[in-house]
Ligand binder design. Structure first.
Ligand code: GLN
Length: 471
């Protein structure tokens, strides 16, 4: 715990943490040590440092969603997932940085500033770019972590904790995991409780798990999975425990390669890792077949109509009365609401509220929101059809390319690219399926690239077993 705390201090420039809960962590670690010395029974995570994305409620610890709106908000309760980790003895190092309210794919849009990818400072990457080590020369060309759980990904990747919670609505756990060279797992919708996760899109949000290996993700999943009376969408029987056996023979597996995922924007390097991975499965005897998910091209637009609509409704609770920020205007209640929301939310959040309210207008509802729900069903059915045809898991890229430098990411025309970047991840959320991003290799630039496995709903264990074989 002390080592991790000192690494957190050393890597402060990454901006991975919004709050470092040093006192809480030291106290928890001490208690853990006492339990160990007294020979008491230990929890499965006893003494293990973990970090939590700052959109999960943590009792007594500020929870901001990286927004001015929630600065200073201290929840009176723990999210179920946080409580379950603490019940197993985990040590909470702090709350990690994100895009405001988890809206984004870069971790560049939060009120506490962007997160820097630890790989920006790796020896290989610096050598390739003929740069001096960090400290000698400030580098404005640092790489983004991806997002929105970029703080959690950087925290795990920089060894400041062993596992971190993220959230995944359209790829926010898998995308930064791929960019930071770690494992990012999105469980099936309904397997893990969302109680205490401040919602972005209730029908797609899932707590995500970021770790350095697939086994760790399975261990954490085992602790989190299961019914929660406070989240009626959680299933009764999660089929625990999630201990992974070592798969030695993949010859009975059928791996699907969705042809629509071969998009022109995909970098040639990622594409080549993707086909090498497929060849590896084939050479080990697995059946590798091309499959079709015909509605893929609608997924980004469909996601955005549904996401912004749910956002518009979710964000209505932030009115300056109950939580966080309240603007000091006393002309009228409406003026106070408006000013609070103007000061509290960034452009991205306000833009989505506006778009969502537009889609939900009486005259637009059928044409946008209701239609998007139908398209969502078609997208989900594409997966069902593929899995019904005998495919066990799908193998796809996680992102279009490796992490890009910050100045490139924030270029105006790249905003569209960043929405496009979720092409491999968003459909999975609309279908509620489990998916995991696993680091595959380093690019020519010396940067990590991840590939994604997508499984059948609630076949999380099978999915992770395949990912472990591949890892
Ligand atoms: N990039 C997507 C968005 O901005 C996904 C975010 C997420 O998964 N939280 O909506």
């Amino acid at each position: 715990c002390q080592k991790c705390l000192s690494l957190i201090k050393k890597t402060k420039f990454l901006n991975a943490y919004i709050t470092v809960s040093e006192e809480v962590a030291l106290k928890q670690a001490e208690e853990s040590e006492k339990r160990y010395k007294k020979g008491h029974s230990l929890g499965d995570l006893d003494g293990i440092p973990i970090a939590v994305k700052d959109n999960f409620s943590t009792s007594g610890i500020e929870t901001t969603c990286a927004s001015n709106m929630l600065k200073g908000y201290v929840p009176p309760y723990n999210a179920t997932v946080v409580q379950r980790l603490l019940d197993q003895g985990a040590v909470l190092m702090g709350k990690t940085n994100l895009d405001e309210f988890a809206m984004g794919s870069g971790s560049t849009d939060g009120a506490f500033g962007p997160v820097k990818n630890p790989w920006s400072y790796s020896k290989q990457y610096r050598e390739k770019r003929k740069q001096k080590p960090h400290g000698e020369k400030e580098d404005s060309n640092w790489l983004i972590t991806g997002g929105s759980s970029g703080g959690s990904a950087a925290a795990v990747s920089a060894f400041t904790c062993f596992a971190a919670l993220g959230s995944d609505t359209g790829g926010s756990t898998r995308n930064p995991a791929a960019h930071c060279g770690i494992v990012g797992f999105k469980p099936s919708y309904g397997l893990v409780s969302r109680h205490g996760l401040i919602p972005l899109v209730n029908s797609m949000d899932v707590p995500g798990i970021l770790t350095r290996c697939v086994d760790d993700a399975a261990i954490v999943l085992g602790m989190l999975a299961g019914h929660d009376p406070k989240d009626s969408t959680t299933i009764q029987d999660p089929g625990k425990p999630f201990m992974l056996s070592s798969l030695t023979d993949v010859s009975k597996l059928c791996i699907g390669i969705p042809k629509e995922y071969l998009v022109p924007e995909l970098s040639s390097e990622v594409r080549s890792f993707w086909s090498k991975a497929a060849n590896l499965f084939e050479s080990e005897g697995a059946k590798v077949i091309e499959v079709s998910l015909p509605h893929t091209s609608h997924s980004i637009v469909c996601y955005h109509v549904l996401c912004t609509s749910e956002v518009a409704s979710n964000m209505a609770r932030f009115d300056g009365l109950e939580y966080g920020h309240r603007c000091d205007i006393d002309v009228s209640t409406e003026a106070m609401y408006a000013a609070t929301r103007r000061e509290g939310f960034n452009d991205v959040v306000r833009g989505r509220i506006l778009a969502g309210n537009f889609f939900l207008l009486k005259e637009n509802y059928a044409n946008y929101f209701a239609k998007a729900q139908k398209v969502r069903r078609l997208i989900a059915n594409d997966f069902v059809n593929v899995f019904n045809s005998g495919v066990d898991v799908l193998l796809t890229p996680t992102t279009l390319s490796e992490a890009v430098p910050y100045p490139e990411f924030i270029k105006e025309d790249n905003r569209t690219r960043s929405a496009q970047d979720d092409i491999f991840t968003q459909a999975v959320n609309m279908a509620g399926l489990p998916a995991v991003s696993v680091p595959v290799a380093l690019s020519n630039q010396g940067l990590p690239v991840g590939l994604q496995f997508i499984g059948r709903a609630f076949c999380d264990q099978q999915l992770l077993t395949v990912a472990k074989w591949f890892e």
